[in-house]
Design a protein around this ligand. Sequence first.
Ligand code: GLU
Length: 479
Amino acid sequence: MTVRTRFAPSPTGELHLGNARIAVLNWLYARHCGGQFILRIEDTDVDRNLPGSEAEIMETLRRLGIDWDEGPDSGGDRGPYRQSERTALYHEYAEQLLGAGKAFRCYCSTEELEAKKEAAIARGDRPVYDGRCRHLSPDGEQRFRKQGIAPAIRFVVPADQAIVNDVVRGTITFDSGEFGDFVILKSDGNPTYNFAVVVDDTSMAISHVIRGVGHLANTPRQVMIYHALDVEPPTFVHVPHVLGPDGSALSKRHGARSLRDYLDGGYHPDALVNYLSLLSWSSPSGDEVLPPERLIAEIDLARLGASDVRLDPGKLEWLSGEYIRRMSLEELAERLAEHLGSASYPDLEDHRVRIAAAVQERITTFASASRLLPQFYPPDPMSWTPQALEALKAPSVSRTLQAVAEALEAIEDWTGEAAVNAVRAAGKQAGTKGRELFMPVRAAVTGSTEGPELVDIFEIQGRETSLRVIREAQASADA
Ligand code: GLU
């Protein structure tokens, strides 16, 4: 059997962690099996569609490195890949069910249905459709038609139980009395979600439906439709909810940002894919840093967990840092340039690789390098952190900085290495070394007590800037 999975977002907004995780799992599994991954846009809920959202979703998937074999942009043999373009197909399948006596036309008005629902609730009964139009005589139907009433089409729910087999949750049995004959095509001709999804998954030959557990309650209705169409249902895989770090439903309150925000914020894309994948399963090796090739090789539906998972922003950030450390300097420099913008640092371009090397061990996102840039490009006038000011307070500092400044001035060919050697020699002269020497120097040239190696700082600052900030620090130490 060819494995075919799909990601079926509704174009109602940006991708967030919850639905991006579903895309990742479907993609990984299809790639693992050498199968196909399909992108389908579920845009039948016209009121909720957001213009631009489809393009936004595709762009975000691409930035994550997720590609699809068939989709609204790339086409494929089983398209179209937007539900709004598949109406004729839904009608065809509905006709098939009508012909087989497995669906019927319903002429009940919304008002009637509402009134019946309220009455049922008041009686303490289940508010399901009462079956009024299921057995309409041809004459009865004729009468409604003459009145010009557009019918909805309802599915004949069989009396036996609906059984859902799920890879994560096992076999679940539903009492079909819960459902009532439900609508598959609305009177405006649009399909309902449960019907469209079955028609699409069937006609697109989807073998595995991997989606959030929120859809489990829909699955028995879908299974009944598959049986009515004489089609074997796909393998269902319902993955648990992702919760906020405090265990409550994930929301904006938890800083649940869209994937685009994470990407724009400079998280390494592979770290995002890795993290999203680990929200659902773990590698038997115990390794957590799993680049896409390894995820594809190792993904195993049998290892999907059944309990809800909590978001761990710290872990995502750690992973991003791990991926940044594995990058080549050229590649990192390129990403940094994209995220930092060179406007405020005119010669950033000349130093990009050196800066990449200097920050690589110290950042967790590309954007977080901006925190370190002022150390290479100190402000004028200089400013110091409270810890840096503290480090400049020791009594010998002014004398040390004076010796350092003189040594730096005397350097013939300025390089970071030459500058550090000069600092060391000046220290010897002034009778200071190690931390006692380098901490005030660091505080003076960077305004901070921690940061990239001084050799890189001196190299990029250049003599003039280094001397300027040392003089300022001296003045502040003397003050
Ligand atoms: N359009 C549905 C959603 O965004 C997908 C449903 C499914 O995967 O069956 O939740």
